[in-house]
Design a protein around this ligand. Structure first.
Ligand SMILES: [Cu+2]
Length: 345
């Protein structure tokens, strides 16, 4: 502890001496003494500008190329092709501007370093230049923003009528998946109904709930629209499916949604990557607490026929736990028992 304090004291002392020295130099400049304005550090700084430009530039290129496969995952949804194209157009435009401006920035720092024998040219303004460098970026940005906005409003437009609704509920720290069952209608929910046996707060007095079922993995059909109905039970979470270019926040008290069309089955993706263990992954991408890392679910994309077969095999909530409807009025219980016997056929 004392060592640390002494070290701080020494650093402070050195900086005070340095400041006094600088002030003296500046005072002598103001007084018009013939002492040099720029010391040797002027040249060193100018050279460091070039070292930084070349060193950091090389690092940036090296890293971007080395990690390319990790941020450019193969696309497995229809809208993913559109968002990726927009991303790369934006990247090309802004990347070119970034490179040009940064090369100029550091090069000018080096090229126009202080030199006693040179005087800066007086060049107050140039209207033509001002107009060009205001209008060109404004036009380019307008095109980028408008095409991006158009794509986003297409992607977030209402889901087609025939979309398969699947509920994704985030909580600390996992996802709960709910399927609508044969009627294709998810039953209502109410947070006040959440209990140890009804973790999603499903309202079983809504007859649409009677054939709903849960699943450990998200199973979806290829080539058909899928609608994720997203909600959260406690804090903010976010549904992230990188291969399908999906990201949508899960907000407590404010259901969100995202619809898309997966265009590769898990089997096709495995063949494409030559990886027999590949799985699509749903991850949480909102830092939501200490167990955030564990919010992972596997997504399995099947051919539509396999999907229908899988759906038919899943037991409903009330089949698994008949207690869930113990308090319901008799007519609903009757309806539920009919549904159960239908399910067992
Ligand atoms: Cu989370």
């Amino acid at each position: 502890m004392y060592g640390f304090l002494i070290a701080i004291g020494v650093v402070l002392l050195i900086s005070i001496i340095w400041m006094v020295y600088r002030i003296q130099t500046l005072v002598s400049v103001v007084k018009g003494s013939d002492k040099k304005v720029a010391s040797g550090s002027n040249r060193i700084n100018a050279i460091l500008m070039m070292v930084f430009l070349i060193g950091m530039g090389a690092l940036m290129f090296w890293y971007s190329i080395k990690e390319f496969d990790n941020y450019q995952l193969p696309i497995a949804s229809e809208h993913g092709v559109i968002t990726d194209r927009l991303f790369w157009i934006t990247m090309a435009v802004t990347g070119a501007v970034f490179l040009i401006t940064h090369i100029l920035l550091f090069w000018f720092g080096y090229r126009y370093q202080y030199n006693e024998n040179k005087r800066a040219a007086y060049y107050p303004d140039n209207n033509k230049l001002e107009v060009i460098w205001t209008l060109v970026p404004a036009l380019v940005l307008t095109v980028l923003v408008v095409t991006g906005w158009k794509a986003w409003s297409d992607i977030t437009s209402p889901a087609p009528e025939n979309a398969h609704s699947i509920e994704i509920l985030g909580y600390q720290f996992a996802w709960e998946i709910r399927y609508p069952g044969k009627d294709r209608q998810l039953g209502e929910f109410d947070y006040r109904l959440i209990s140890p046996t009804n973790s999603r707060g499903v309202n079983f007095s809504d007859k649409n709930s009677l054939d709903d079922f849960g699943s450990q993995t998200v199973v979806i059909p290829k080539g058909e629209p899928v609608l994720f109905r997203i909600r959260a039970r406690d804090v903010l979470h976010s549904v992230f499916v990188p291969h399908m270019r999906i990201k949508m926040d899960a907000v407590p008290g404010m259901p969100t949604r995202f619809w898309f069309v997966p265009n590769k089955t898990t089997a096709e993706m495995r063949a494409e990557l030559g990886d027999d263990e590949f799985e699509f992954e749903l991850a949480c991408t909102e830092l939501c607490g200490s167990g955030h890392f564990s919010m992972r679910r596997v997504i399995t994309v099947l051919e539509p026929a396999e999907y229908q077969k899988w759906m038919a095999e899943q037991p409903t909530f009330i089949e698994q736990d008949p207690e869930l409807i113990a308090d319901l009025p008799d007519e609903l219980k009757e309806l539920a028992s009919i549904k159960i016997s239908e399910g067992n056929k």
